[in-house]
Design a protein around this ligand. Structure first.
Ligand SMILES: *Cc1c(COP(=O)(O)O)cnc(C)c1O
Length: 359
């Protein structure tokens, strides 16, 4: 099997053992004579896959299954931008949002339809190139929303904000399972799986059971956390293939040594690339200059000489590196190096960065 160094931001690289196992599952699951694409979502083969993926998810995040529940939903992280406020806000109810990037902005836009959104902090003044250090939280707010890793801009939170009694909720789409983090600080997190956790089509929602209990009941069924939780994410047909692959990714994460191993590897990979950029600042312009805020998942940079962008990208493709083009809203380059991205791929990019700078 030919593999490129896949720097795509999402859908993104998955571990090879997961792809191999999933390809078998596409043919047949559990000697059932049926593919994962063919089994009933109410049958015992799928039931075991579903419940095991859920247990693994909570275990990997080190969350107590008596306190937390995990849901597998459709609609992407983008649907959560609306679903979260629909379930917890009303006209006159406040929520605090920290505006740290383009995805946070989208979450804010949708939340405004349902309640009073207070922007507690923003780094928009400098193209979201840092994580706000101070924020103005509203006493009694329904929740505080953050984006733990800003996929497009390449920043991440290194320590979580202290929100006191106010529930902390987060979009963790691009760094779920990337490092050791006290996930019990959150009342609810959500993630589109296609960055670090699996294929597109399934969204993970992990929340405190007591927080889910408080969700709005008077909603269309498919938009109600309560209904999905009550039905173990089987109210309708869940994204079965996505859940299956997420389960395989979680198994892989556990076999590798869990979040601690993921973090060690991710830091090593990110350090290599950032060091190469920082060593050649005459050629490269790292987008995030506050080093502490630099993402270990998405590394963003520009060339000082923008006229060489095409040349840079073509040279990367020649060396088997795909997906380095930056997001259309920010330009430049972005190396997304999620959990499954191999160390040798970051070594190859580092070598190329040095070579390009010298040439
Ligand atoms: C990719 C991404 C999204 C959007 O995810 P979809 O599943 O495509 O809706 C939202 N938030 C963050 C932080 C992302 O990286």
């Amino acid at each position: 099997m030919k593999r490129v160094y896949n720097f795509n931001p999402g859908p993104a690289i998955l571990p090879v053992p997961v792809l191999e196992e999933a390809s078998k599952g596409v043919l047949e699951i559990n000697n059932s004579g049926m593919s994962i694409l063919e089994v009933s979502h109410r049958g015992k083969d799928y039931e075991a896959i579903h419940n095991e993926a859920k247990e693994r998810l909570l275990r990997v995040l080190r969350l107590d299954s008596n306190i937390y529940d995990a849901l597998f939903l459709g609609g992407g992280a983008s649907l959560q931008f609306a679903m979260l406020p629909m379930n917890y806000l009303k006209p006159g109810i406040n929520a605090d949002y920290i505006n740290s990037g383009s995805w946070a902005q989208k979450a804010i836009k949708d939340a405004k339809r349902y309640g009073n959104v207070h922007i507690s902090a923003t780094s928009e003044d400098s193209n979201f190139s840092y994580i706000p250090r101070t924020y103005d939280l509203t006493p009694g707010a329904r929740y505080v929303h953050i984006t733990t890793n800003n996929t497009i801009e390449g920043t991440e939170w290194t320590s979580l904000p202290d929100t006191g009694d106010t529930p902390l909720v987060a979009d963790v789409s691009s760094d779920i399972m990337a490092k050791v983090l006290d996930y019990s600080r959150f009342s609810l997190i959500y993630a589109g799986a296609q960055k670090n956790a699996g294929p597109a089509g399934v969204t993970l929602v992990v929340a405190r059971k007591d927080f889910l209990e408080e969700a709005e009941a008077d909603l269309p069924s498919m938009l109600s956390y309560k209904i999905h939780a009550k039905n173990n994410s089987l109210y309708n047909t869940p994204p079965v293939f996505g859940v299956y692959v997420v389960g395989l990714v979680l198994k892989w994460v556990e076999e590798q040594g869990g979040l601690k191993a993921m973090e060690a590897n991710n830091r090593k990979k990110a350090d290599l690339i950032y060091s190469a950029l920082d060593a050649h600042l005459d050629v490269y312009d790292p987008a995030v200059t506050v080093k502490e805020d630099r993402s270990i998942m998405n590394i963003t940079f520009r060339l000082r000489d923008a006229s060489r962008e095409k040349e840079f990208l073509a040279g990367a493709v020649e060396r088997g590196m795909e997906g380095l083009k930056g997001h259309r809203s920010v330009g430049g380059f972005r190396a997304s190096i999620y959990n499954a991205f191999p160390l040798e791929g970051t070594e190859a990019l580092t070598e190329y960065l040095v070579q390009f700078a010298k040439g």
